[in-house]
Structures are given as C-alpha cells and as structure tokens.
Design a protein around this ligand. Structure first.
Ligand SMILES: [Zn+2]
Ligand SMILES: [Zn+2]
Length: 362
C-alpha cells in the first residue's frame, strides 16, 4: 500500500486526557493547576478548571485561602479553600447549561478527592479516567467501588500533589535518636535556635490523647501509639510525620525531627530523604539516664507541651527493654551519622553539639 503511514492515533482515553493541560491553563491556584473534561458518547460536553467562583478573588491575585484540617489519623494538612476543584467546576458548568451527566465519563489528572468523588457519584457519572494516582484517594476508591463507578488510572504512579519539595535538595532533615533521658531535647533546642523547623515524632500520640480528652500518661498513650502501628505498620511515626517534614522543606526550612523511634522508621525515611537525611544519636549510660529521669518532671513542671515526665528506674528500664526489643531502636542508634555522648556536664554537651553542627554544615 502506498499511502501507509506510521502515525498511531491516540485512544479515546488518551485523546481526552491530552486536552487537560489546555483546560488547566486557565486555572488560578498554583497549588495545583488542574483541569477536567466530561464526555458523553465520545463528545466533550463540558470542562472545568481549578478556580474561585465567578466574581470572587483568585488565588493568583489575592493569595491562597489556607485552612488547616485534621484528618482521621490526627495528621494536620493545609488546603486552599478559595477555589473549586476542576471536577466540581465541570459538573457546575453542566448544571448551568442543563446538560445531563448521567452515564458520562470524567477525565482528570489524578484521582479525585473525596468531595469531588461524592459530586461525581451524585451527578450520575459512570466512569472516571485519570492519569495518575493521588496519595489520599483511599476513600474515593471505596466510594466509586460502592457506587459501581469504573475508575481507570492510566499510570499507576502517585502524584505527590502539593507535597513535592521543590528545589530544596540543599535542605537537611536531621533526626535525633536516643533512649529516654539521653538528652535529645538539649540538642533539639540548639537546632531550633538555628532556624530549623521542629517536630517531635511522638507528638501525634499526645495530640490524639488530648483530642480524646484523656490525661497524658503512659497508660493512655500506649494503646494509641500501638493503634497507629497496627494501622500503619512499624514505620507509622515516620509515615504520619512526613507531611510535616515536607511542609517545612516546601517552606525552605531545614527540619529537625526529635525522637525517631524505630528501625522501620529509619528505613522509610532513608528511602525518601536519602542524602538529605542525617541521624544524630545521643548516648548516655543507663545509670546516668535513670538518675536524670527520676526527677525530670520537677525540673520542667511548667512545660505546657508535657514533653517531660518522670520515671522510676524500674519504669525507665522496662521502657528501654521494650524499645530495644519491640521497635528495634538500636538500629538507628547504630546507623547514626553522628553520636553525641552525653555523660558529662552541660558544657561538654554544648561543645559536642557545636562540633556536630560544624560538620553537617561543612
Ligand atoms: Zn489557592
Ligand atoms: Zn476535588
């Protein structure tokens, strides 16, 4: 045949997905300029992009309108609520012109959030095609499955929406690990003073204790801590704190995470942050630590964050054994990039912290 060409036509799904960047180019929020196309019988019937309702200020002009939400796992995330999502806007456009969406197919860049998923179900849309996965689409998948909506994800990779640290490979994520009473807080204070964004791995547990209206003590915290691990595995506190870490990095801040717990967490963090990650272990002999722990609460009794509590020697020892045996805390201590031995006085500790500081900033 003479007129044969090697041209390959895109599939219908590819064809409509390829239109999304054009639709999205009118979006007005740089936290995610996405677009959406809704199709019936292979014809586009409406489109939508991320933007404020007509007549309202746009993010690009007025700035974002950020609301913090706390999800069911106690993780705080930030969302821009000035805009309507592309999927919802496309559905509203259909409503404006009286176009039925029953049995339609919706095309969007990544799996819809659960709010859009609810609108999609209610509008009668039967098929959703997207390019990539969304890391928080668990509920969307369940809803679609329950509603009999076919969800097609062309590329099985997660779009790290709003979380991708941009241009921050020079920033450091420093994690402190040490047994209870070793002196992590003194080191953390030094990094905070030097502008590091600070979080405690275990704060999530305390926040949940407070949220439930319980007294902060080991008896109340233990089941919550174990609940997180049951749900997310042994790396729970790494996974749950990642949004905080990424938020600091996105703000251009170095990060100091206080109180890395387990070997599993170490591995998960290492995989994500690679060479950006620095682990500092702080060591003190058990006898020294137990002496410190006995009257620690007295010393810090005005601390509003309940960071410090007293332990008897027996309690502290039981806790040490549990941490070493159950969560393999010895792992990150052994693999630390730097070790500070905190068995002398404050002067000695300060000197060591400054030495480590100089090395990591070389
Ligand atoms: Zn915005
Ligand atoms: Zn949405």
């Amino acid at each position: 045949m003479e007129n044969q060409t090697s041209y390959v036509r895109p599939s219908w799904d590819e064809y409509f997905l390829q239109m999304l960047p054009v639709v999205a180019s009118r979006a007005t929020c740089d936290r995610g300029r996405s677009g959406c196309v809704i199709v019936r019988e292979k014809r586009i019937i409406c489109t939508g992009y991320v933007g404020a309702p007509p007549g309202q200020a746009h993010c690009d002009e007025a700035g974002h309108l950020i609301w913090k939400t706390i999800d069911e796992n106690g993780v705080e995330t930030e969302h821009c609520v000035r805009t309507i999502h592309a999927e919802a806007n496309a559905i509203y456009q259909a409503a404006r012109f009286g176009l039925p969406l029953k049995d339609a197919t919706l095309y969007c860049h990544m799996e819809p959030c659960y709010n859009c998923a609810m609108a999609i179900i209610s509008a009668g849309i039967k098929r959703v095609v997207c390019d990539k996965r969304y890391h928080k689409a668990e509920r969307t998948r369940k809803y679609f499955n329950d509603a009999g909506i076919e969800l097609v994800v062309l590329h099985n990779e997660i779009e790290d929406y709003g979380q991708k640290p941009s241009n921050n490979s020079q920033l450091k994520t420093v994690f402190l690990v040490g047994m209870c009473g070793a002196g992590k807080s003194e080191i953390a204070d030094f990094f905070i003073k030097h502008g590091y964004g600070y979080f405690r791995f275990g704060q999530i547990t305390l926040d949940e204790v407070k949220r439930r209206g319980l007294e902060p003590n080991e008896a109340n915290e233990k089941p919550i801590r174990e609940g997180f691990r049951k749900k997310y595995g042994m790396a729970a506190f790494a996974i749950l704190n990642m949004p905080r870490i990424d938020q600091f990095l996105n703000e251009g801040k170095n990060v100091l995470g206080d109180g890395l717990y387990s070997w599993s967490e170490y591995k998960v963090l290492k995989e994500k942050y690679g060479d950006q990650m620095i682990v500092i272990a702080v060591y003190a002999a058990p006898k020294t630590r137990y002496e410190r722990l006995v009257n620690r609460a007295e010393k810090y009794k005005d601390d509003p964050n309940l960071k410090y509590r007293s332990f008897s020697s027996a309690e502290a020892k039981a806790r040490d054994y549990a941490e070493l045996e159950n969560i393999e805390k010895g792992g990150p201590i052994a693999m630390a990039d730097y070790t500070i031995v905190n068995d002398g006085d404050m002067e000695n500790l300060k000197k060591q912290i400054e030495e480590v500081w100089e090395k990591i900033n070389q």
